[in-house]
Ligand binder design. Structure first.
Ligand code: ATP
Length: 358
């Protein structure tokens, strides 16, 4: 088995962290991968007049999977003042409806909750990626320089498929857990206030009836922000509308060491893009100190996704090897980049993880 991977490095720290992920993929010993790089991002806009050329999109469609760094720069904006977000456009173009964000604490020292008896944090935040408040992206209205409106869009079909994804994921996580403790899905919404959110919860509950072996709970998004800080160990799979998922995923990343530690996958029926949760981090770009772990773990997610999709045990094993290597390196106190109090460079940390794969 061999796979074609489209690589979009993007801007800021994107190229640095992707280079480390590519090295770790090479070291992970899985099936053959062919990497092809395509232009994208704010710098691409400066050169080619578009942040996401059609050829790059076509290559993403044709590839077996896409590995992406980060895109957008604060000083490169559309005339309406918004930043260029080609990675978000790609979600809509490829219908990548499931934003999968695993949150795992590798070392208690990484958490701002250290000293407060933080336990094992291991949950997945599932963000609906193509509806919700982002559905009107690039299309909201601004009236007479006085009023601006963006709309929350929730559909039955969109909610059904993300809820189904959440329950299937909970089932899979349950099967992979050593103690096989039951899966648990929490619907995060604001059903007490918004009709759109009451509908989101209604459809979620309808889907839940098909998964009687999975525990179900509900929480309002404001309360969930507090619960995640007070008892992050309590959660397994959370599912939320696009904007709520966006906000909670940064909070959740903060619990386990910050944006540099958080991987993600944007999954559709026919395509998938793997990228860290973080953005281009212009404040540290070019300094060689960005934490590459989120991107490296996204690469491990790519192996796992390819493995499940193609029933390829070698790809699954390669993903597990990368995760094990991250666990080995992270277990060492101080083996981190400066964002977590260490002194390693991006390249040194990437090398340590690549070495630990062998
Ligand atoms: P976006 O809106 O594109 O998600 P953002 O404006 O929220 O981006 P980021 O670019 O993700 O912001 O950066 C937020 C903060 O987190 C910055 O201080 C940045 O330096 C830090 N940060 C982000 N990614 C990393 C990383 N990989 N390593 C270290 N620090 C990071």
């Amino acid at each position: 088995m061999s796979y074609q991977i489209a690589v979009l490095k993007g801007d800021g720290i994107g190229p640095d962290v992707v280079d480390e992920a590519l090295r770790v993929l090479d070291a992970s010993g899985g099936p053959e991968l062919t990497f092809s790089e395509y232009p994208s991002g704010a710098n691409c806009f400066k050169q080619l007049g578009t942040p996401l050329p059609d050829d790059s999109v076509a290559a993403c469609r044709q590839a077996d999977a896409v590995l992406l760094g980060a895109m957008g720069l604060p000083d490169v904006r559309w005339p309406d003042g918004t930043e260029m977000r080609p990675q978000v456009d790609l979600r809509f173009l490829l219908d990548l409806y499931a934003g999968v964000r695993p949150i795992y604490l590798y070392h208690a020292d990484h958490s701002p909750l250290k000293g407060y008896g933080v336990g094992e944090i291991d949950f997945v935040l599932l963000r609906e990626n193509v509806e919700g408040l982002f559905a009107s992206m690039n299309g909201g209205i601004q009236l007479r320089n006085e009023t601006a409106v963006d709309s929350m869009v929730i559909t039955r079909t969109g909610t059904q498929r993300i809820a189904k994804y959440a329950f299937e994921l909970a089932q899979q996580r349950c099967a992979e857990r050593a103690d096989q403790s039951p899966g648990h899905v929490t619907c995060v919404d604001k059903a007490n206030i918004f009709r759109s959110m009451a509908f989101f919860r209604q459809v979620f509950d309808e889907v839940a009836t098909g998964y009687s072996q999975i525990d179900v709970s509900h929480a309002y998004v404001d309360a969930m922000a507090m619960y995640l800080v007070r008892q992050p160990e309590a959660y397994d799979v959370l599912v939320a509308e696009n904007m709520f998922g966006d906000i909670l995923s940064d909070l959740a990343a903060g619990l386990v060491g910050g944006l540099g530690m958080a991987p993600s996958a944007d999954i559709g029926t026919d395509a998938a893009v793997f990228q860290p949760v973080h953005g281009t981090a212009p404040d540290i770009a070019g300094k060689g100190i960005a934490n590459p772990v989120g991107t490296i773990l996204s690469a491990a997610m790519m192996w796992r996704w390819l493995g499940h999709r193609h029933t390829d045990a070698d790809a699954l094993a390669a993903g597990e090897r990368i995760e094990a290597a991250v666990r080995i390196v992270m277990a060492e106190k101080g083996a981190t980049t400066p964002d977590l109090g260490g002194k390693m460079t991006t390249h040194e940390l990437g090398s340590a993880i690549a070495d630990a794969c062998n």
